[in-house]
Design a protein around this ligand. Structure first.
Ligand SMILES: Nc1ncnc2c1ncn2[C@@H]1O[C@H](COP(=O)(O)OP(=O)(O)OP(=O)(O)O)[C@@H](O)[C@H]1O
Ligand SMILES: [Mg+2]
Length: 272
């Protein structure tokens, strides 16, 4: 579990970006962090992943405080982060070097197997000696995800992982996150892409340095007004389901994937 206790953060002597945040993220949950530009999503993502430290309060990952320097390696084995722009995250040009480097740093064994399995999970079918700079941005993003998966952390933070890449790449990353979620990873992702909030069990809206709202996935249909209030575009599927609900056809959003939901809607409509 990740526990965020009375956590506030500011960059140097500037004003507080996040103020007195409390949140529990349970094992296996998938949490989306949304909010206007500059609301602090990326800052929050980095704090959760432990690559920046709270100014006040604390963040505990399985009871390890992200401020605890002695536990740094343990923390890095537990929680990984994927950024918006893979080019800022990739260090080496050779794929194998790139994927082995963090494993060496964290003294992890079975490097070859870890790398192979990670590449399989992100469905990257390329030579281990491939030159990274010849690949597309979407492929590069899958490499950064593979880099995190090779460590095999229990928690993965994504900071707008699909913003920079083309629609095909977006879909690939979306499918990877969805599969990780189904395989029990705990996922926290900041997103600006409305449709992606449907992946989450819980949506957290950041506003004015605070968690303004926490909406669970199956409350989305009845709480579309809240999304509107924070300028968050309502996912197409939610609009459709809301219209159906207004007509008396209630479909529970919980536990369905987008595809299953679409089938469900088509099935219901076919019955008319
Ligand atoms: N390194 C930094 N030093 C000082 N201020 C910063 C730094 N990084 C971000 N900020 C400020 O912190 C606030 C929150 O930024 P952050 O990038 O976390 O927001 P965000 O919600 O991720 O925005 P976006 O939607 O644009 O990705 C902004 O006001 C930003 O200008
Ligand atoms: Mg950001």
């Amino acid at each position: 579990m990740i526990e965020i206790n009375n956590m506030s953060f500011r960059y140097k002597e500037e004003k507080y970006i996040l103020k007195d945040i409390n949140l529990k993220i349970y094992k296996g949950e998938c949490i989306a962090i949304v909010g206007r530009n500059g609301s602090g999503k990326s800052t929050f993502a980095k704090l959760i992943a432990g690559i920046m430290k709270p100014t006040k309060g604390e963040i505990l990952v399985d009871e390890i405080s992200t401020k605890n320097k002695k536990q740094y390696i343990n923390l890095r084995r537990k929680i990984g982060i994927v950024f918006q722009n893979p080019e800022n995250q990739i260090i080496f040009n050779n794929l194998k070097d790139e994927l082995s480097f963090p494993l060496k740093n964290l003294n992890l064994e079975n490097k070859e197997i870890r790398i192979k399995q990670a590449l399989d999970k992100v469905k990257l079918n390329i030579e281990e000696n491939a030159e990274i700079d010849e690949l597309s941005l979407g492929q590069k993003q899958r490499i950064t995800i593979a880099g995190v998966l090779a460590i095999n952390p229990e928690y993965i933070v994504f900071d707008e992982p699909t913003t920079m890449i083309d629609s095909e790449g977006k879909e690939a990353v979306y499918n990877i996150i969805s599969e990780l979620k189904n395989n029990g990873y705990t996922i926290i992702y900041a997103t600006n892409n409305t449709e992606e909030i449907l992946l989450a069990d819980k949506i957290i809206i950041l506003d004015n340095g605070k968690i303004a709202e926490e909406i669970s996935r199956n409350e989305l249909i009845e709480k579309t007004e809240i999304l509107k209030k924070y300028n968050i575009k309502i996912p197409t599927l939610i609009s459709i389901l809301k219209k159906l609900a207004d007509e008396g056809i209630k479909i529970n959003l919980n536990n369905y994937t987008m595809e299953e939901l679409t089938d469900k809607i088509v099935e219901r409509i076919a019955k008319f």
